[in-house]
Design a protein around this ligand. Sequence first.
Ligand code: COA
Length: 389
Amino acid sequence: MSEKLKALTLEEKYAPGFEGVPAARSAICFIDGEAGRLEYRGISAEDLATRSSFEETAYLLLFGKLPTRAEYSRWLHDLTTHRRIKYKLVDLIKCLPETGHPMDALQAVVAALGMFYPAKNVTDPEVQYWSCVRLIAKLPTIVAAFHRLRGGDDFIPPRDDLGMAANFLYMLSERVPEIEHIRALDAALILHAEHSMNASTFNGRVTASTLADPYRVVSSAIGALSGPLHGGANQDVIALLEEIGTLDRVKPVIEGKIERKAKIAGFGHRVYKVKDPRSFVLQKLGMELLGNAEGRHQNLYAVAAEVEKLMIEKVSHKGIYPNVDFYSGVLYMKLGVAADLFTPIFAMARVAGWLAHWLEQLKDNRIFRPEQIYVGERRVEFTTMDKRR
Ligand code: COA
């Protein structure tokens, strides 16, 4: 800590929500919140979304460079051959309540996964590599298995001839998806793969700093991602659009919420003060997929565009614009994905970023131990039970 910082009082140092406080030196992700620019290892995320695959982007995030042909081939092979989950995990998933949220199931099963693959020596490069492979490869299988089994359907094993996005959609429906659907999901996964020191990543880094194993790092990050102020917002966006229902109700519903000072899901960001660059790409992908659609999806999309227009008119002076969650839900609905799987899909992508931060944290680790400003009482006398009120 610098001498200048040491000289400040705790009150002077205090920043609620750690706003503006750096928690690490990181070379993984760059965000310019004023210009709306997002880069992974220096490469524009929008560029990756149109020219890369999720698997290649995960490699870039984890190892700091794009893979050569040989490296990519080995990486794909390792990811593909580690998608399966043990039958005991399938049995565990069967025992979870079907009414439970898939994020809770994912968090529980990822924690259990660690019991099958002990990874205590977290600085061992072999442990690091295979933990990254297993976690990235198995998360989609866990999400799809929970979804199938809760509906009373058989679990569909992964197919080795499909890429990650295609295989995930296949494991949900037993149908090989159309190429446009695969491409759209792949791009969405790339755009969700990393986003610097957000709440779940910070949570993961805190857990990593204790030298806990990567399965615990990821399960704690999943817990943080599930909240409605973070990844949970994408599911809430669909609930909002459905609550609005028709174009004529956009104005009264949104204005009513703004008046009551309620937050509109899918808007606002701690870092971006302009429209989130990821939402441009997701909006375009949604528009392309919905071009020929009719009915419910088309209607939801039209309502979403109207909500954006009104929100810009009402709150853009505060720097509130659509974030990544606003258009992702409409896109996933078009792919036939259930609304409560939107946040688990976010986790399937963000696990690449969490693991990149896990590796980075371990390179120069110091356990996180911030201060607090104590505002409670002191030196209080113990009162016996009969005198308490
Ligand atoms: N709808 C309406 N107003 C919003 C808003 C939203 N989604 N997000 C922020 N605001 C307003 C706040 O009411 C506040 O206004 P005020 O200054 O008049 O009180 C101002 O903008 C600043 O908001 P604040 O909550 O302090 O920002 P934050 O940086 O702490 O929070 C989020 C960032 C993302 C948590 C917040 O924007 C939010 O809750 N968004 C909705 C959930 C969401 O989409 N999360 C996914 C993020 S990727």
